[in-house]
Design a protein around this ligand. Structure first.
Ligand SMILES: Cc1cc2nc3c(=O)[nH]c(=O)nc-3n(C[C@H](O)[C@H](O)[C@H](O)COP(=O)(O)OP(=O)(O)OC[C@H]3O[C@@H](n4cnc5c(N)ncnc54)[C@H](O)[C@@H]3O)c2cc1C
Ligand code: FES
Length: 332
């Protein structure tokens, strides 16, 4: 039996026993530790923790929420990690001031529109919001009528918008939920949610924030940016879309930046840039002078974009512990 010491973002600590054959997540759950998880199979990334000491091995599966560089730097998906010695892990969220436990909710579609040809902007109204406490960066698992599988979608709105939840959804070819959104969904439809989920969120120890979002990876980042309002902490949002026609939320972001003097927004498209837009990816918008020792960087979007952003940040000298990431795995 090994012991795992869990250190939360607020400095609180718990030590749990992990039996031979158990994963770190199974050991923590057996001890009733309030750790975050969702899929238990390596695809959602909710359970990723930073190993600070000790030896562990990670089961390799088809889907991995971390890449080889991140594994080498000590990031560990707890649902796939088996510890070989007593070990210490840092969790990217606080023990206290926690969101509500994930549970089932019902909601109604109150708005459904296209932000771009392949982006659906969805507003849901929860039937009951009193017991729904989420943190910016978290996601919901959406189940639609007649659609067999639920899908993960990040919340773009903040707690002040409740009972409304805003989602930004990429419509992908042959996608199960994408097809429902395009062909069937309408205002007034009722949906079910499992929420809140996920551990992507602000690092409260940071005093400067850099966000890098690709496509609908904007959603969790937007919730975090919006929640910084009034804190007076400088924030930079680098947002990229593939083509000019696929760019969405441009005016809303301009309005947000105008209302938050501490926020700078940079937008890039890979094809069709005009005088108002940079040409390139969200990652190409980063400059070395964007970072100081108190900066934390948040990356969200398709796995390839997140990997590229992590490499770029590393080249700019940003430490691994100052980078948080969420990958929108297909079939998530
Ligand atoms: C934590 C999390 C948060 C997310 N948040 C958002 C969000 O805010 N906005 C957003 O747009 N998306 C988000 N996603 C992605 C989202 O959950 C769906 O995966 C995406 O919307 C596609 O769903 P779909 O049912 O339309 O397509 P699917 O039916 O899942 O299929 C999509 C395409 O991917 C292919 N595919 C499906 N499964 C796999 C697989 N295992 N490996 C390789 N290819 C596969 C299919 O062939 C198809 O072409 C998130 C994912 C995660 C894990
Ligand atoms: S719970 Fe471990 S990756 Fe989803």
């Amino acid at each position: 039996m090994q012991r795992a010491r869990l250190i939360f973002q607020d400095g609180a600590e718990l030590t749990v026993a992990v039996a031979p054959g158990q994963t770190l997540l199974e050991g923590a759950l057996a001890a009733d530790a309030p750790v975050r998880y969702d899929c238990c199979s390596g695809s959602c990334g909710s359970c990723v923790v930073q190993c600070l000491a000790g030896e562990s091995v990670v089961d390799v599966t088809g889907k991995m929420p971390v890449n080889a560089d991140e594994l080498a730097e000590g990031l560990r998906p707890a649902c796939l990690t088996r510890i070989k010695t007593d070990a210490t892990f840092e969790l990217p969220y606080s023990l206290h001031d926690a969101p509500s436990l994930p549970s089932k909710h019902s909601a109604q579609i109150v708005e459904l529109r296209r932000g771009a040809p392949s982006v659906a902007l969805l507003k849901l109204q929860l039937d009951r919001a009193e017991d729904f406490v989420f943190q910016p960066g978290q996601y919901v698992r959406l189940a639609a009528p007649g659609v067999g599988e639920a899908r993960a979608y990040s919340i773009a709105s903040t707690a002040t918008d409740l009972p409304l939840l805003e989602l930004m959804i990429r419509l992908v070819p042959n996608g199960t939920m994408s097809r429902w959104l395009q062909e069937t969904a309408k205002v007034g439809d009722r949906v079910k949610l499992q929420a809140p989920l996920g551990s992507f969120g602000l690092d409260d120890r940071a005093t400067r924030h850099v966000f890098v979002a690709g496509g609908t990876g904007l959603a969790p980042v937007l919730s975090m940016v919006r929640s910084l309002r009034g804190r007076g902490q400088p924030a930079l949002l680098c947002f990229g879309c593939t083509r000019r026609q696929e760019l969405f939320y441009e005016q809303e972001l301009a309005a947000l930046a105008a209302s938050m003097p501490e926020l700078e927004v940079r937008i890039a498209v890979m094809e069709g840039a005009d005088i108002d837009l940079h040409s390139g990816t969200a990652v190409s918008l980063l400059r070395r002078e964007d970072f100081d020792a108190a900066t934390v960087c948040y990356l969200c979007g398709p796995p390839l974009m997140v990997d590229a952003a992590r490499k770029a940040l590393s080249a700019h000298g940003v430490a691994t512990k100052a980078i948080r990431a969420e990958r929108f795995q297909p079939g998530g």
